[in-house]
Design a protein around this ligand. Sequence first.
Ligand code: GAL
Length: 995
Amino acid sequence: MKWPLLSALVLAAQQLGAFSYNVPQGSPGFYHGNSSAAVTFDAHSVFLDNKRLFVFGGEFHPWRAPSGKQFWRDVFEKMKAAGFNTVSVYFHWGISTAKQGTLDFNFYRSHTDVYEIAKDLGILVIVRAGPYVNAETNAGGFPGWLTNVPALARTNQTGYTNAWMPYITSVAKFVEPFQYPNGPVIAIQSENEFAPTSSTGPGRSEYMQLVENTYRANGLTKIPITHNDPRISGRFVSGLGAVDLYTWDEYPNGFDCSNPTVWDQVDTTLIAKHKKIDPDVMWASAEFQGGSFDPWGGSGYDACYQLLNDQFANVFYKNNYAAQTAYQSLYMTYGGTNWGNLAEPTVYTSYDYGAPIREDRTLTGKYSEIKLQAYFLHASTDFVMSTITSSDTSLSDKGQVFTTALSSPNGAGFYVIRQNDNAITSRTNFQLKVNTTAGVVTVPQFGGTNSLEGRESKIFVTNYTFGSNKLTYSTAEVMTWTSIDNTDVIVLYALSGHTIEAIIPTTTANVTLSGSTSITAKASKGSVIITGTPSGVTTLSFGSTKIIVFDKATALTWWNPRLTGAGKTPYDVAPDVPSVLIGGPYLVRNATQVGSGLALTGDLNVTTTLDVIASTTIKSITWNGKSLKLSRSAFGSLRATLPFGVKTPAVPNLKDATWLCEDSLPEIKDGFDDSSWVTANKTSTLRPLQPTGGKFVLYADEYGFHYGNTIARGHFTGNATGVKLNVQGGLNFGYSAWLNNKFLGSNQGTNQHAAGGGADQTTDTWNFTAADVKPGDNVVTVVVDTTGLNEDQEVDDLFKTPRGVRGYQLLGGSDFSVWKVQGNLGGEDGPDTTRGPLNEGGLFFERQGAHLPGFPATNWSSSATDSTCSPTVGLTAAGIKAYRTTFNLNFPVNSDIPIALNFTRTPASSYRTIIYINGWQFGRFSSKDGPQTLFPLPEGILNHQGSNELLVSIWSLDAHGAKIADIELVNTANIDSSQPLIGTVPSPGFTELRP
Ligand code: GAL
């Protein structure tokens, strides 16, 4: 069907009122004349099936969670339970290709699995596949081999085009069958935070356009292409490379978590920017701050969580809604782990991000705050249609109370209220003028005042429709509403101690109040007037209307799942889709009604009182399959006790474990044979950054070693008095150098938090004594711990910055005759295609495969006979040692018990540690920088019901040695969970990988 005909039909249907929600007449409805579009939008919102949708999204990176499908499903279920209807997903090109010409989308690299799970759960997906993604990941998602492609990345230069084209073509093919409505994918992003062609940046828009053309040419014709603009300056709204749907990103509190109570102001320019950039197109945010990353030497993720806590979510996200943002994705909603070598230099292993769902998948107070907002937006279909009528302090009697008033074509009013200065942390009491069907009213009318705490935002509503009822106004916030047994049930809340007022017209004079009496109601002049200060739960019933008033702390513990099977799409709203209200549990995943029974599934963290407000046809309830003994609560809910059944597990004690240990630096021993190593024979490089000395180019990437630790060995004969080394490894890197087996010294660059921003390279002169230099072959061995390849934010090929020895000079007359370099086993042809190219580095124990399950450590020393063979005893000199142990876990099936490895940090001694669990690298630790000392070992990678093999290495950068003062396994939560076991991921062991 051609667009004009379809458009005419749509408009005709709208005029006939055939759709549940009014598509505004004359609105574009479709974008760019694309007649095959299944996902459309106008000035207010996205449409799916001609229904408006507030896209409430959260960012998740499957590749930061290699535990696989059941793990992803758990995260998606948690998002869905909190009202998220969309998951935004970056994909990482680099993890799918070890070598140019190869592509691998199996396992945690899968697109299909992500879309299948989302489809099954009824959650939508925004795909963001780059090619460049940034994301604080190694090379911003570029493959390591791209550092060797002599073309400016992120431009239309041929070498780069040839590199990304097969990848983006594959992505398109994966997405094509999953485009809405056949699948969950509603949008695809091209590139990331990109800028168009300029006089100093040629070929960018051309490249952007080519990515978009590639998507379209491979069948992505039903969904809009988007882009995220960090400066909100309208890039790619028009011109070459223009996208269908302009989206922006913003991180208003920044990324420095060291002052976690210091906030920036909310962005008051959003409304004006929308007007300026694209007033005819809905306002959409591809990324809005959900937390913060944290650098080496940073404050740690608990501080980031504090900076970006539930109050932040309350004030800043509501400011977005006030600016008519109708598409918002919180970056990150679940952060995950920079396992292997996924990190780029400014971040460490954990990517917890202080997100609403923490790295161990536990839920936070911010998650609950977001749940209240998502429920409200889902239930308030008038909201996305509303336009701003005023945005200033004029509606309040207090100058510091800022209100954005919006009104919908149906006459609903929304007042988004906050303090006008985020530095205010105390309560402000105020009156507010609101526009009601009875004219302008100053509320509260019946005594008391409204209150706003410091750093609180509230949404008052007027003429608010729920089912066949309307609130004339409410100064309590709306959590959600639903229809149960033909009764419209609305849930209101406010902080305990805050006065609320709500008025609802009714023809019935009899109001039944149950539960807390801190709220009262009286019928007057055809309305019910509700006043008081919420405390616990009050329910008020009259006619076919029920009002539930919670104090906010109580509201945060309630859930509103839609009944499974009643509506498959995530965007249907009550009364189309029946739902129930459930109070108490830590998590409610699912509610299904079968006949007179209600089956609930969910998770608990303590013994819990369950309250259910559901149809009177419900006579029995099960929780995770077990029948419950029901009673009635004072406020009329069905009530039961949910016993918490998981005992605190016994976690093996690593201090008493038997450790096997072995030296992991044979490279400094006399006679070490490096003849099979790659000879660094290049004498020139096409990279922007040239060598700073020496005949040969020693950059590890030039020889195919892109990830993890690398080693360079320079051979010379004859006299030498020292060596000058320029070593570059990324911020917070480290290296050590030896002449033969004599330790020369180490340097760890500068902490990036140091004054001046730190350095990612150092130049040192190491002097030899005459006695150190032997007749015949001498070897300088340089071991480098790189912190990853840089990102490429500025389109300057920064990700090609050399890693390893950047330049060298042998002092005293001779020169090196040959340099040998080494990195991860096999370089770009590494054997472990399951765990993928970013898992391993090039230390001896890694090349040997000692980190792999089943490694025969038969000739290693044992702590059973040598008490020094333990990481808590460590090394007595500079060097590298690997320690292995095994432990068993036997956790009950109905439990979610996240385990982490906990270190005691000793900043005074300089050492670096790599952690491998069952062959997977799940931690990199630097005693100097920290801050991470707790390393989650996620279920799936960790076997919760069997044996596990742990390897930790200690590289002492100090001449006097180093040890890990304490090392233990801890459980970071103890959840009685309904989810099936995550199950251990099938991954190969030593025999398969080092045959
Ligand atoms: C954004 C970028 C993301 C990520 C984020 C910070 O600007 O698009 O990829 O880097 O910043 O975590």
